[in-house]
Write a protein that binds this ligand. Structure first.
Ligand SMILES: [Zn+2]
Ligand SMILES: [Zn+2]
Length: 270
């Protein structure tokens, strides 16, 4: 059983539950560690991301909980930084580096806001050319560590497949060639790629991402993985973890990466 999660959202950004409710749920589930990763500020998501002032409150609350529950669970203070977030003003235990938005023709296009918005942007800004859309998305991912040099985790690398079961981005040969070369490039940084089960808990998908083909590519490139639930609701803290472990094993992984008091460490998959 996986008893850790390092991708957790709360009422400080777009999550449903408070940090304390999340901690209590994690303790209830027998978790050994819980990492918070509120969304860093992004201009289009001003209401549901954290500017410097909100980050101050967020940090204080997570540190309070770390102290209060120190005998029951390890709590880590992280943040999820978007490629278009401003530079961080504070130091965090870790940073999830994620691409959620593309800038096309002067317009920010979120890739994970809704299937309708994605289809609309694809049509308006890319003339419906799915390969061109994927090319721009993976180009954004390619530069992940140029834009977020302090990143520790590669967030949901094929996020553009989030709505696959509603509206599927065509996985052409070109798509896989772009996706795989991006993965090979990012693997050189030695930071773990996330297997993300968040869309299962939120009802968008029935399987984790990345897809098996990309996970094979990550493995082949010597990449590591971290299993996260990208949780926005305390009831789904470990949602899909068994599926994620099975998928990881099928793709040749025997271990996953977790954050410990001594930093990121490889541990055997359950
Ligand atoms: Zn994200
Ligand atoms: Zn997230």
């Amino acid at each position: 059983m996986i008893t850790t999660n390092f991708h957790t959202h709360t009422t400080f950004c777009d999550g449903k539950d408070t940090p304390e409710e999340m901690v209590l749920a994690a303790i209830n589930k027998g978790f050994s560690a819980l990492g918070f990763s509120g969304h860093a500020f992004f201009v289009l998501d001003a209401e549901i991301s954290m500017d410097a002032q909100r980050q101050r409150l967020y940090r204080a609350e997570i540190l309070r909980l770390r102290e209060k529950y120190k005998n029951e669970i390890e709590i880590y203070l992280g943040i999820e930084q978007d490629t278009w977030s401003p530079p961080l003003e504070y130091k965090y235990d870790y940073v999830i580096a994620s691409a959620h938005n593309l800038l096309k023709n002067g317009v920010y296009c979120p890739v994970d806001n809704s299937a309708e918005m994605m289809q609309d942007n694809l049509l308006r800004q890319w003339g419906g050319d799915q390969d061109a859309y994927a090319e721009d998305y993976f180009a954004e991912c390619w530069h992940l560590f140029d834009k977020i040099p302090q990143g520790d985790v590669i967030g949901h690398i094929d996020l553009i497949t989030k709505y696959d079961e509603l509206f599927s981005i065509r996985r052409s040969e070109k798509y896989f060639s772009m996706a795989k070369s991006t993965v090979e490039h990012l693997a050189k940084y030695g930071k773990p790629f996330e297997i993300n089960t968040g869309a299962i808990g939120r009802g968008y998908r029935t399987s984790p991402y990345p897809c098996a083909e990309l996970l094979f590519a990550i493995k082949k490139a010597g990449g590591r993985i971290v299993i996260n639930s990208d949780c926005h609701n305390k009831d789904f803290l470990d949602c899909g973890f068994d599926d994620a472990v099975a998928l990881a094993r099928d793709c040749g992984f025997q271990s996953h990466t977790i954050l410990t008091k001594d930093g990121w460490r490889e541990v055997a998959l359950p």
